[in-house]
Design a protein around this ligand. Structure first.
Ligand code: NAD
Ligand code: 2YG
Ligand code: MG
Length: 260
Protein backbone atom coordinates (compact mmCIF):
# COMPACT_ATOMS: atom_id res chain seq x y z
CA UNK A 1 0.00 0.00 0.00
CA UNK A 2 1.37 3.40 -1.03
CA UNK A 3 1.33 5.87 1.84
CA UNK A 4 1.84 9.61 1.53
CA UNK A 5 5.18 11.05 2.64
CA UNK A 6 5.80 14.48 4.20
CA UNK A 7 7.56 15.50 0.95
CA UNK A 8 4.42 14.77 -1.12
CA UNK A 9 2.62 17.32 1.05
CA UNK A 10 5.07 20.19 0.59
CA UNK A 11 3.07 23.42 0.17
CA UNK A 12 -0.33 21.85 -0.62
CA UNK A 13 -2.03 25.21 -1.29
CA UNK A 14 0.52 26.15 -3.96
CA UNK A 15 0.28 22.70 -5.57
CA UNK A 16 -3.50 23.05 -5.56
CA UNK A 17 -3.51 26.57 -7.06
CA UNK A 18 -1.36 25.43 -9.99
CA UNK A 19 -3.71 22.50 -10.58
CA UNK A 20 -6.86 24.57 -10.22
CA UNK A 21 -5.57 26.88 -12.98
CA UNK A 22 -5.13 23.84 -15.24
CA UNK A 23 -8.59 22.52 -14.30
CA UNK A 24 -10.13 25.91 -15.15
CA UNK A 25 -8.28 26.10 -18.48
CA UNK A 26 -9.18 22.53 -19.49
CA UNK A 27 -12.78 22.35 -18.22
CA UNK A 28 -13.96 25.97 -17.89
CA UNK A 29 -14.63 25.61 -14.13
CA UNK A 30 -12.60 25.46 -10.92
CA UNK A 31 -12.71 22.68 -8.35
CA UNK A 32 -15.23 24.31 -6.02
CA UNK A 33 -17.77 24.76 -8.84
CA UNK A 34 -17.17 21.21 -10.03
CA UNK A 35 -17.68 19.80 -6.49
CA UNK A 36 -20.86 21.87 -6.06
CA UNK A 37 -22.31 20.45 -9.23
CA UNK A 38 -21.25 16.83 -8.56
CA UNK A 39 -22.68 16.74 -5.03
CA UNK A 40 -25.28 19.52 -5.27
CA UNK A 41 -23.96 21.00 -1.99
CA UNK A 42 -22.22 24.19 -0.84
CA UNK A 43 -19.70 24.48 1.98
CA UNK A 44 -20.79 26.79 4.83
CA UNK A 45 -18.87 27.54 8.00
CA UNK A 46 -18.63 23.96 9.26
CA UNK A 47 -16.22 23.20 12.09
CA UNK A 48 -13.78 20.47 11.05
CA UNK A 49 -11.99 18.39 13.72
CA UNK A 50 -8.79 16.81 12.42
CA UNK A 51 -7.68 13.82 14.51
CA UNK A 52 -4.10 12.51 14.15
CA UNK A 53 -4.09 8.69 14.22
CA UNK A 54 -1.06 6.68 15.43
CA UNK A 55 -2.22 3.17 14.34
CA UNK A 56 -0.11 1.12 11.91
CA UNK A 57 2.68 3.18 10.34
CA UNK A 58 1.63 6.09 12.55
CA UNK A 59 1.59 9.85 12.12
CA UNK A 60 2.61 11.17 8.69
CA UNK A 61 4.48 14.47 9.11
CA UNK A 62 2.51 17.34 7.48
CA UNK A 63 -0.68 15.25 7.11
CA UNK A 64 -2.86 16.80 9.84
CA UNK A 65 -1.19 20.19 9.20
CA UNK A 66 -2.01 19.94 5.48
CA UNK A 67 -5.63 19.07 6.30
CA UNK A 68 -5.74 22.14 8.53
CA UNK A 69 -4.35 24.28 5.68
CA UNK A 70 -7.02 22.81 3.39
CA UNK A 71 -9.84 23.71 5.82
CA UNK A 72 -8.52 27.31 5.92
CA UNK A 73 -8.25 27.35 2.15
CA UNK A 74 -11.88 26.26 1.85
CA UNK A 75 -12.83 28.94 4.43
CA UNK A 76 -13.93 26.32 6.96
CA UNK A 77 -13.24 26.42 10.68
CA UNK A 78 -10.64 23.67 11.14
CA UNK A 79 -8.67 22.53 14.18
CA UNK A 80 -6.23 19.73 14.98
CA UNK A 81 -7.04 17.91 18.21
CA UNK A 82 -4.44 18.06 21.00
CA UNK A 83 -4.62 14.32 21.54
CA UNK A 84 -4.43 11.49 19.01
CA UNK A 85 -6.71 8.50 18.41
CA UNK A 86 -9.67 7.92 20.77
CA UNK A 87 -8.68 10.79 23.07
CA UNK A 88 -8.50 13.01 19.97
CA UNK A 89 -11.94 11.86 18.88
CA UNK A 90 -13.26 12.78 22.33
CA UNK A 91 -11.56 16.25 22.03
CA UNK A 92 -13.09 16.84 18.61
CA UNK A 93 -16.63 16.01 19.76
CA UNK A 94 -16.22 18.09 22.94
CA UNK A 95 -15.03 21.05 20.88
CA UNK A 96 -18.22 20.82 18.81
CA UNK A 97 -16.75 19.64 15.53
CA UNK A 98 -19.41 19.23 12.84
CA UNK A 99 -17.20 17.03 10.65
CA UNK A 100 -14.33 14.73 11.64
CA UNK A 101 -11.36 13.98 9.37
CA UNK A 102 -9.09 11.06 10.26
CA UNK A 103 -7.03 8.37 8.54
CA UNK A 104 -5.19 5.18 9.37
CA UNK A 105 -3.20 3.19 6.79
CA UNK A 106 -6.36 1.62 5.31
CA UNK A 107 -9.04 4.25 5.21
CA UNK A 108 -9.30 8.03 5.35
CA UNK A 109 -12.78 9.27 6.29
CA UNK A 110 -14.86 12.41 6.65
CA UNK A 111 -17.76 11.91 9.04
CA UNK A 112 -20.44 14.57 9.42
CA UNK A 113 -21.73 14.23 12.98
CA UNK A 114 -24.78 16.44 12.25
CA UNK A 115 -26.32 14.50 9.36
CA UNK A 116 -24.57 11.12 9.78
CA UNK A 117 -23.00 11.17 6.29
CA UNK A 118 -19.64 9.44 5.96
CA UNK A 119 -17.26 9.45 2.98
CA UNK A 120 -13.98 7.78 2.12
CA UNK A 121 -11.03 9.45 0.44
CA UNK A 122 -10.60 6.65 -2.11
CA UNK A 123 -14.15 6.91 -3.44
CA UNK A 124 -14.28 10.73 -3.36
CA UNK A 125 -10.85 11.01 -5.01
CA UNK A 126 -11.89 8.58 -7.76
CA UNK A 127 -15.14 10.43 -8.37
CA UNK A 128 -13.62 13.90 -8.57
CA UNK A 129 -10.58 13.06 -10.72
CA UNK A 130 -12.79 11.04 -13.09
CA UNK A 131 -15.24 13.94 -13.21
CA UNK A 132 -12.43 16.38 -14.05
CA UNK A 133 -11.20 14.15 -16.91
CA UNK A 134 -14.75 13.84 -18.24
CA UNK A 135 -15.15 17.63 -18.43
CA UNK A 136 -12.41 18.23 -21.01
CA UNK A 137 -13.87 21.09 -23.02
CA UNK A 138 -12.05 20.10 -26.24
CA UNK A 139 -13.50 16.56 -26.27
CA UNK A 140 -16.18 15.73 -28.83
CA UNK A 141 -16.67 12.12 -27.72
CA UNK A 142 -17.98 10.09 -24.78
CA UNK A 143 -14.96 7.75 -24.92
CA UNK A 144 -12.70 7.94 -21.89
CA UNK A 145 -9.71 5.85 -20.79
CA UNK A 146 -9.37 4.62 -17.19
CA UNK A 147 -5.95 3.25 -16.19
CA UNK A 148 -5.97 1.33 -12.90
CA UNK A 149 -9.06 -0.26 -11.37
CA UNK A 150 -8.10 -0.43 -7.70
CA UNK A 151 -10.01 1.38 -4.96
CA UNK A 152 -9.72 4.85 -6.52
CA UNK A 153 -9.93 3.77 -10.18
CA UNK A 154 -12.97 1.55 -9.68
CA UNK A 155 -14.88 4.36 -7.95
CA UNK A 156 -14.00 6.77 -10.78
CA UNK A 157 -14.93 4.25 -13.48
CA UNK A 158 -18.25 3.60 -11.76
CA UNK A 159 -18.96 7.35 -11.63
CA UNK A 160 -18.20 7.72 -15.36
CA UNK A 161 -20.45 4.80 -16.30
CA UNK A 162 -23.29 6.39 -14.28
CA UNK A 163 -22.69 9.62 -16.21
CA UNK A 164 -23.15 7.77 -19.52
CA UNK A 165 -19.50 7.66 -20.71
CA UNK A 166 -18.01 4.82 -22.77
CA UNK A 167 -15.34 3.71 -20.33
CA UNK A 168 -12.32 1.88 -21.78
CA UNK A 169 -10.21 0.47 -18.96
CA UNK A 170 -6.90 -1.24 -18.35
CA UNK A 171 -5.47 -2.98 -15.32
CA UNK A 172 -2.80 -5.72 -15.48
CA UNK A 173 -4.59 -7.42 -12.59
CA UNK A 174 -7.07 -9.62 -14.47
CA UNK A 175 -9.34 -10.00 -11.48
CA UNK A 176 -9.70 -6.21 -11.13
CA UNK A 177 -10.30 -5.82 -14.87
CA UNK A 178 -12.80 -8.68 -15.11
CA UNK A 179 -14.75 -7.39 -12.08
CA UNK A 180 -15.06 -3.96 -13.66
CA UNK A 181 -16.19 -5.50 -16.98
CA UNK A 182 -18.79 -7.62 -15.20
CA UNK A 183 -20.00 -5.19 -12.52
CA UNK A 184 -19.70 -1.84 -14.33
CA UNK A 185 -19.71 -2.65 -18.04
CA UNK A 186 -16.31 -1.10 -18.90
CA UNK A 187 -14.67 -2.10 -22.22
CA UNK A 188 -11.25 -3.74 -21.82
CA UNK A 189 -8.48 -1.65 -23.37
CA UNK A 190 -5.77 -3.69 -25.10
CA UNK A 191 -2.41 -2.00 -24.45
CA UNK A 192 -0.73 -4.05 -27.19
CA UNK A 193 -3.13 -3.16 -29.98
CA UNK A 194 -1.75 0.32 -30.88
CA UNK A 195 -5.38 1.16 -31.41
CA UNK A 196 -7.50 3.92 -30.05
CA UNK A 197 -6.10 7.19 -28.65
CA UNK A 198 -7.99 9.15 -26.01
CA UNK A 199 -8.38 12.86 -25.27
CA UNK A 200 -9.77 12.18 -21.75
CA UNK A 201 -7.73 9.99 -19.39
CA UNK A 202 -8.29 9.18 -15.72
CA UNK A 203 -5.29 7.36 -14.20
CA UNK A 204 -5.24 5.87 -10.69
CA UNK A 205 -2.18 3.68 -10.13
CA UNK A 206 0.83 3.92 -7.79
CA UNK A 207 3.22 3.41 -10.76
CA UNK A 208 5.19 5.59 -13.20
CA UNK A 209 4.96 5.46 -17.00
CA UNK A 210 1.54 3.80 -17.05
CA UNK A 211 0.49 6.22 -19.81
CA UNK A 212 2.11 5.65 -23.21
CA UNK A 213 2.05 7.66 -26.44
CA UNK A 214 -0.18 5.01 -28.03
CA UNK A 215 -2.96 5.82 -25.54
CA UNK A 216 -3.26 9.60 -25.82
CA UNK A 217 -3.96 12.26 -28.42
CA UNK A 218 -2.13 15.61 -28.46
CA UNK A 219 -3.55 18.28 -26.10
CA UNK A 220 -5.43 15.61 -24.11
CA UNK A 221 -6.50 16.00 -20.47
CA UNK A 222 -4.92 13.57 -18.02
CA UNK A 223 -6.44 13.63 -14.53
CA UNK A 224 -4.53 11.51 -12.03
CA UNK A 225 -4.33 11.29 -8.23
CA UNK A 226 -1.68 8.53 -8.60
CA UNK A 227 1.58 9.05 -6.74
CA UNK A 228 4.10 9.00 -8.40
CA UNK A 229 2.64 10.40 -11.61
CA UNK A 230 1.85 7.87 -14.39
CA UNK A 231 2.66 10.39 -17.14
CA UNK A 232 6.35 11.10 -17.80
CA UNK A 233 7.28 14.77 -18.08
CA UNK A 234 8.75 14.08 -21.57
CA UNK A 235 5.47 12.64 -22.90
CA UNK A 236 3.51 15.37 -21.13
CA UNK A 237 5.48 18.10 -22.90
CA UNK A 238 5.80 16.32 -26.30
CA UNK A 239 2.01 15.92 -26.43
CA UNK A 240 1.22 19.25 -24.73
CA UNK A 241 -0.93 17.44 -22.15
CA UNK A 242 -3.12 19.27 -19.62
CA UNK A 243 -2.12 17.35 -16.48
CA UNK A 244 -4.11 17.49 -13.22
CA UNK A 245 -2.17 15.81 -10.40
CA UNK A 246 -2.26 16.93 -6.79
CA UNK A 247 -1.61 14.95 -3.58
CA UNK A 248 -4.42 15.89 -1.18
CA UNK A 249 -6.61 18.99 -1.55
CA UNK A 250 -8.76 17.95 -4.52
CA UNK A 251 -9.70 14.62 -2.90
CA UNK A 252 -10.34 16.22 0.50
CA UNK A 253 -12.51 18.95 -1.06
CA UNK A 254 -14.51 16.16 -2.73
CA UNK A 255 -14.91 14.37 0.65
CA UNK A 256 -16.13 17.51 2.40
CA UNK A 257 -18.63 18.47 -0.31
CA UNK A 258 -19.93 14.91 -0.31
CA UNK A 259 -20.81 14.87 3.43
CA UNK A 260 -22.28 18.38 3.74
P1 NAD B 1 -4.86 0.30 -5.31
O1 NAD B 1 -3.63 -0.42 -4.90
O2 NAD B 1 -6.18 -0.09 -4.70
O3 NAD B 1 -5.05 0.17 -6.91
C1 NAD B 1 -4.02 0.42 -7.84
C2 NAD B 1 -4.40 -0.34 -9.12
O4 NAD B 1 -3.48 0.06 -10.15
C3 NAD B 1 -4.27 -1.86 -8.97
O5 NAD B 1 -5.47 -2.49 -9.37
C4 NAD B 1 -3.11 -2.21 -9.91
O6 NAD B 1 -3.21 -3.49 -10.50
C5 NAD B 1 -3.24 -1.09 -10.94
N1 NAD B 1 -2.04 -0.89 -11.75
C6 NAD B 1 -0.73 -1.00 -11.40
N2 NAD B 1 0.07 -0.76 -12.46
C7 NAD B 1 -0.76 -0.48 -13.51
C8 NAD B 1 -0.54 -0.16 -14.88
N3 NAD B 1 0.70 -0.06 -15.39
N4 NAD B 1 -1.61 0.07 -15.68
C9 NAD B 1 -2.87 -0.04 -15.18
N5 NAD B 1 -3.13 -0.36 -13.89
C10 NAD B 1 -2.09 -0.57 -13.06
O7 NAD B 1 -4.56 1.85 -5.07
P2 NAD B 1 -5.64 3.01 -4.88
O8 NAD B 1 -6.03 3.10 -3.46
O9 NAD B 1 -6.68 2.87 -5.93
O10 NAD B 1 -4.72 4.30 -5.16
C11 NAD B 1 -4.21 4.57 -6.45
C12 NAD B 1 -3.19 5.70 -6.36
O11 NAD B 1 -3.84 6.91 -5.97
C13 NAD B 1 -2.09 5.49 -5.30
O12 NAD B 1 -0.89 6.03 -5.82
C14 NAD B 1 -2.56 6.33 -4.12
O13 NAD B 1 -1.52 6.73 -3.28
C15 NAD B 1 -3.14 7.50 -4.86
N6 NAD B 1 -4.11 8.35 -4.12
C16 NAD B 1 -3.96 9.68 -4.27
C17 NAD B 1 -4.89 10.54 -3.70
C18 NAD B 1 -4.77 12.03 -3.95
O14 NAD B 1 -5.50 12.81 -3.35
N7 NAD B 1 -3.88 12.45 -4.83
C19 NAD B 1 -5.93 10.02 -2.94
C20 NAD B 1 -6.05 8.63 -2.80
C21 NAD B 1 -5.13 7.80 -3.41
O1 2YG C 1 -2.96 10.70 11.14
C1 2YG C 1 -1.95 10.50 10.45
O2 2YG C 1 -1.01 11.33 10.35
C2 2YG C 1 -1.85 9.18 9.70
N1 2YG C 1 -2.45 8.13 10.43
C3 2YG C 1 -2.44 9.35 8.30
C4 2YG C 1 -2.34 8.10 7.44
C5 2YG C 1 -2.82 8.30 6.03
C6 2YG C 1 -2.48 7.09 5.20
N2 2YG C 1 -3.09 7.12 3.88
C7 2YG C 1 -2.40 7.52 2.76
O3 2YG C 1 -1.25 7.82 2.80
C8 2YG C 1 -3.11 7.62 1.43
N3 2YG C 1 -2.94 6.46 0.65
C9 2YG C 1 -4.47 8.20 1.57
C10 2YG C 1 -4.34 9.67 1.67
C11 2YG C 1 -5.10 10.30 0.57
C12 2YG C 1 -4.52 11.51 0.00
N4 2YG C 1 -3.62 11.24 -1.07
MG1 MG D 1 -6.36 14.83 -3.97
Amino acid sequence: MALLTPDDLYNVSRQFEKNNDIIKRATGQGIRDICESVYNTKLGNEKIGIIPITAGNGIIGNFAESLFTITNYLKLDGFITNHTDVAGYYDAVNQNADILLMADDYVFIAHNLRNGKIATNHVCTGVIYAEIASRCKYADTKDILVIGLGKVGYAGASHLIKKGFNVHAYDPDNEALNNAIKELGVHPYDINSNGKKFCMVFEATPNENTITKDMISERCLVSTPGIPCGLSSELGSDYDVDLVMEPLLIGVASMLYSVI
